[in-house]
Design a protein around this ligand. Structure first.
Ligand code: MD6
Ligand code: FE
Length: 227
């Protein structure tokens, strides 16, 4: 949580711009959370192709919450650890419960993009070991939650949106804090850490549409250092 604040050689807003603290396409949500608009666009084709490869080895599935409900969002994982939920609870595990095999390896393009986005947001040296892949069809949503199954909350999370747009809900540290609404489009990346790490957040269901790269879905990649 002790990220040294970047210092610009030139004071003020111009200095922030020159040093990359502020930049076109960079929107602060709150301290510790930033949207990098279009950051993943140059890599989007590669990322979507890699998702398709991952999903062959570890198919999308609707996991069951500890309370016994099937999630509306279909999920899979790649990396050393994958996020899972079932009747026993939420956790990271090295193997896919559907196949008993290790999750597919984190594609190099994923690792590179996540590290670059984190560094751009001020979190140098981010090395993800887990990537949760979320697939939203129209009607699928993620209700307000905190990400708290990772070992080290000092590590940021990098979230990449592909395909159909959706509204991201970003609240405070209490579930009852009224969330702000942020539209996430194809190629947008959210980097999230430090004082924002425990914020409640969720995703509204995308409206029906067609995207050239993802068809009728929104795909979200969230990169974590889980272990
Ligand atoms: C999604 N994302 O955008 C779901 N969590 O599909 C998340 O739950 C999330 O985007 C932590 C940090 C960034 C995120
Ligand atoms: Fe989350």
């Amino acid at each position: 949580m002790t990220r040294p604040r970047k210092q610009s050689a030139v004071p003020g807003a111009l200095g922030d711009l020159l040093s990359g603290l502020a930049a076109p396409g960079r929107e602060a949500i709150v301290e510790g959370a930033v949207v990098l608009r279009g950051f993943a666009l140059p890599e989007a084709d590669r990322l979507a192709a890699a998702v398709a490869v991952v999903a062959v080895a570890a198919p999308f599935r609707r996991m069951v919450t500890p309370g016994g409900y099937a999630m509306s969002v279909a999920m899979t994982n790649c990396g050393e650890a994958g996020w899972v939920t079932d009747r026993r609870g939420y956790r990271y595990q090295a193997t896919d419960p559907e196949t008993g095999r290790p999750w597919p390896a984190l594609p190099e393009a994923f690792r590179r993009l996540a590290a670059a986005a984190a560094a751009t947001a001020g979190f140098a040296g981010f090395v993800p070991d887990a990537c949760l892949v979320n697939r939203y069809a129209p009607g699928a949503k993620l209700s307000l939650h905190q990400d708290r199954n990772e070992r080290d909350y000092a590590q940021p999370i990098v979230s990449v949106s592909l395909g159909l747009p959706a509204t991201f809900l970003f609240g405070g540290e209490r579930r009852s804090d009224r969330p702000r609404r942020i539209r996430l489009e194809h190629g947008d990346v959210v980097v999230w850490g430090g004082p924002a790490r425990m914020a409640f957040h969720g995703v509204e269901a995308p409206v029906e549409g067609e995207h050239p790269l993802t068809g009728s879905f929104r795909i979200n990649l969230t990169f974590r250092k889980a272990l």
